[in-house]
Design a protein around this ligand. Structure first.
Ligand code: TNX
Length: 510
């Protein structure tokens, strides 16, 4: 009798425990989505993800289906079947371009989760991809043995505030392998980042094969900050990266910095120097000491060849010409070189992006000024008709330290704790700037102090999800106090993915 009562008591406690877990698992509105969607409506039931669940896709969405199958496979260990079908099935998962809602734009989506059927509807494959990321956030990163993952039912309707939500990786100061860059792509794609800007050349290294100027990589790619071996991407490897990114809705923007930040090129080819003497390779971290020589015609042949070869293997619309910190370039030379470089970029069918200094030249039609430091330059660029990409160093630089104890990073633009990185909006930093003048936002990671993917992870996480949300979620729908609770729940996800993140004390990690 006594035993019987105990058993009843324990099973009651067990039921209560199960019930409380399930109430979270069946309440879609409790899922800590980052970036925060436009709207989430919960209906209080659960869809069971079983190994027999079939992923049906409308014709043309096979790649999205395959990506979803692989992602779900990583979570549960099962193999999911993908079937092409013109009709909505009764059960399982269905991906289609049938949203019929122009307000969702190119990247928006509707995710409708019912007890038997999960439906993703968008206008474009990019919207389907974004919906898949939202769906994946309703599930754990990995299930435990024998656990049948459940997805809370309801509807998510969602679309981004900005069409451009970027991250930059400096592969010039320290080189990062193709595998490391792919890893970063996977991490940021989960937060709906859709642009990866690669800073491919600087004083310390040239990182992309140029077939007509082979010494750029042979010599210029042979070292990095600190004197390590450096490295570079062959055009074939770069193409693989571009395609890997594209499959994850990420456009790659190549940057070749000029006229400053060019010592690696100047060390590779004597003729690019004013005195026809090649410089020494450089492995320090000073900036602003090198320049291409604007008065030599060979300089423009060089720029033309580089832009032509890179543009030919870059499907995205942009080419970044740098233009920052050219402290030893005469100002008229700077203007001449930037103006000619812009024409070359246009000639090869690309749109120009440059750091805010290029506003001192004449931004060509369709050019974008990347605001990183100087409001005056940015205003000048706006007056000259350019658009603005928002990357303020004091708020959005991923290489800035979190606080004075951070073992990596710099602090010339201040410390950026997780709350400071999150609590701002793109349209409030440059007086008079209107939303339609903003291309989007980008968080750059410079790599003077960052040498491998673990260190990248530490600087990128947990700030990157915040930048992704600033790009995706309208300011009225965001505030730090609420965001930090959602971010806290992503700590477990970072751990399951073995992301080496900074455990900020400002976030109540779970
Ligand atoms: C400034 S931001 C630079 C880079 C450095 C970075 C370090 C910009 C356009 N130029 O050359 O790597 O600061 O934070």
């Amino acid at each position: 009798m006594k035993n019987y009562r105990l058993i009843t008591l324990f099973s009651a406690i067990g039921m209560l425990f199960l019930f409380s877990c399930n109430s979270v698992k069946t309440d879609l509105s409790q899922i800590p989505f980052i970036p925060k969607p436009v709207s989430v409506t919960a209906t209080g039931q659960a869809f069971k993800l079983e190994s027999a669940t079939v992923i049906n896709v409308q014709e043309g969405l096979e790649q999205s289906g395959k990506y979803l199958a692989e992602s779900l496979g990583k979570i549960s260990g099962a193999t999911f079947e993908v079937k092409t079908s013109g009709e909505v099935p009764v059960s399982g998962i269905y991906l289609s371009l049938s949203a019929g809602k122009p307000e969702l734009g190119n990247e928006g989506y509707e995710l409708v989760i019912a007890k038997e059927l999960v439906e993703i509807k968008a206008n474009q494959p990019a919207g389907v991809f974004n919906a898949i990321q939202t769906l994946l956030q309703t599930l754990p990163v990995k299930t435990t043995e024998g656990e049948v993952p459940v997805i809370a039912t309801g509807t998510v309707t969602d679309y981004p505030d900005f069409a451009f939500r970027g991250v930059m990786l400096d592969v010039a100061r320290h080189f990062f392998s193709v595998e490391e860059v792919k890893q970063l792509i996977d991490y940021v794609a989960a937060y709906k980042i859709n642009v990866l800007h690669l800073h491919l050349s600087d004083d310390q290294g040239w990182r992309i094969e140029i077939k007509s100027w082979p010494k750029l990589t042979e010599i210029g790619g042979s070292t990095e900050v600190g004197g390590g071996a450096g490295g570079f991407y062959t055009q074939e490897q770069y193409t693989k990266l571009v395609n890997y990114a594209l499959e994850r809705n990420i456009t790659i923007i190549p940057e070749i910095d000029m006229p400053g930040h060019t010592n690696a090129a100047l060390a590779s080819y004597a003729e690019l120097n004013k005195n026809d003497k090649a410089t020494e390779l450089y492995t320090g971290t000073e900036v602003g000491f090198s320049t291409l020589w604007a008065k030599k015609e060979v300089t423009y042949q060089f720029i033309d060849d580089v832009v032509r070869e890179i543009s030919a293997i870059t499907p995205g619309p942009w080419f970044h010409i740098g233009g920052d910190e050219s402290h030893v370039t005469d100002s008229l030379d700077y203007i001449m070189l930037i103006n000619r470089a812009q024409e070359i970029v246009n000639k090869y069918g690309k749109k120009v992006i440059g750091w805010d200094e290029i506003a001192n030249a004449t931004p060509i039609a369709g050019a974008t000024i990347q605001f990183w430091a100087d409001v005056e330059n940015t205003t000048k660029g706006l007056e000259k008709g350019a658009k603005v990409l928002i990357s303020p160093a004091s708020k959005a630089y991923l290489d800035m330290q979190y606080d004075s104890t951070t073992h990596l990073g710099l602090h010339w633009a201040g410390y950026i704790e997780v709350d400071k990185g999150y609590s701002w909006s793109a349209d409030t930093l440059v007086p008079g700037l209107t939303k339609d003048q903003i291309l989007g936002i980008e968080a750059p990671l410079w790599s003077e102090t960052v040498t491998n993917i673990d260190e990248v992870e530490y600087m990128v996480f947990p700030r990157l999800p915040g930048y992704a949300e600033i790009g995706w979620t309208a300011p009225a729908n965001r505030n730090w106090e609420e965001y930090k609770l959602r971010l806290a729940k992503h700590g477990k996800r970072f751990e399951a993915l073995e992301i080496d993140y900074y455990k900020s004390k400002l976030v109540p990690w779970e």
